[in-house]
Ligand binder design. Structure first.
Ligand code: CUA
Length: 326
């Protein structure tokens, strides 16, 4: 290959790679290369740790790759014969000590910073009982179910009080599969492992935060998302009181239909499962309850631990579909 062509090819490759890297970084922005902007003290500390580690790894990356490229250019063969050998070097004690000590120091600094931040990430802050709420987070194929202290239930949408410590018990049901509860703006991932309970927490200002299942849990894993609505304490209290009363039944039923049934069913056409419009089961609490609690064929027992209140709430919402045919 003529030298001019080789030079052009090399320059094109370097420029393209650099452009690709810069464009990716610019395009990714927040939520891409960087964690989502944190809204809870533990999430803040996770982001700080991420940035701290990235400074070191970024500098090392630039140093190593930069040196590699510079050396490739500076020591290229040029006019020397292909068989020419470079000078043979054995041992360089000072150099070896330097390249051992520097990484050790870097790792020690990173380790010290992380261990300094860790308690603030994992430990729930001390709060007065009145300023503390525990919400149970149950992972199901393929929805999130939230239980509040007064027994109220919601699906795929957690409502939580603002600026107070909210403890989360992340529960894996022993007949289900692994899921992972993740609200990027409110902290790290916590696995819902069958038969176990994991604990985490957040303390966030009012706002709407996206939640995800971060563990591949089956064909509808991608649909297993939701949100955390953080609202003033009085709104939260009103929400759970209403939801636990007869007035909240219809909304619970709607959430069950949209969050659970619609993961696999539509009224008017076959989706993952058969079309449901006009199916008399939708108006029959007994038959529907049996189906949800035991499953059938391809359909898992999505409502295995549902109470009759939950079944009735669903039927209260779906009975209209049994007649209308969609
Ligand atoms: Cu649950 Cu992915």
């Amino acid at each position: 290959m003529p030298l001019a062509v080789r030079r052009t090819l090399f320059a094109t490759c370097v420029t393209s790679l650099a452009a690709l890297g810069v464009a990716a970084a610019a395009g990714a922005g927040n939520g891409g290369f960087l964690p989502a902007s944190p809204h809870s003290p533990n999430a803040h500390r996770i982001t700080q740790s991420f940035i701290f580690v990235t400074i070191f790894t970024g500098a090392i990356f630039l140093l190593v790759e930069g040196a590699l490229i510079a050396f490739v250019i500076k020591y290229r063969r040029g006019k020397r014969p292909a068989t020419a050998e470079g000078p043979q070097i054995h041992g360089a004690t000072r150099l070896e000590i330097i390249w051992t000590v520097i990484p050790v120091v870097i790792l020690a600094v990173i380790g010290a910073f992380i261990f300094y931040k860790l308690p603030g990430i994992t430990d729930t802050p001390k709060a007065k009982a009145a300023d503390e709420t525990t919400i149970q987070v149950e992972g199901h194929q393929f929805y999130w179910l939230f239980r509040y202290p007064n027994g109220a239930i919601s699906i795929n949408r957690m409502v939580a009080p603002a600026n107070q410590v909210v403890k989360e018990d992340v529960i894996g049901l022993d007949w289900d599969v692994n899921h992972s509860w993740w609200v990027p703006e409110l902290g790290g991932k916590f696995d819902a492992i069958p038969g176990r309970v994991n604990h985490t927490w957040f303390e966030a200002p009012a706002g709407d935060y996206v939640a995800r299942c971060a563990e591949l849990c089956g064909i509808q894993h991608a649909l297993m998302d939701g949100n955390v609505q953080v609202v003033p304490r009085s709104d939260y209290d009103r929400f759970i009181a209403t939801r636990a009363s007869a007035a909240g039944t219809h909304n619970l039923g709607r959430e069950e239909w949209q969050g659970v049934c619609e993961s696999c069913h539509r009224l008017d056409h076959k989706y993952i499962g058969p079309a449901l419009g006009g199916n008399p089961l939708l108006a029959d609490p007994k038959a529907l309850g049996t189906l949800l609690r035991t499953g059938q064929g391809q359909m898992p027992a999505v409502g295995r631990n549902w109470t009759s209140h939950q079944i009735n709430a669903l039927v209260d919402y779906t009975k209209k579909f049994a007649k209308s045919g969609g």
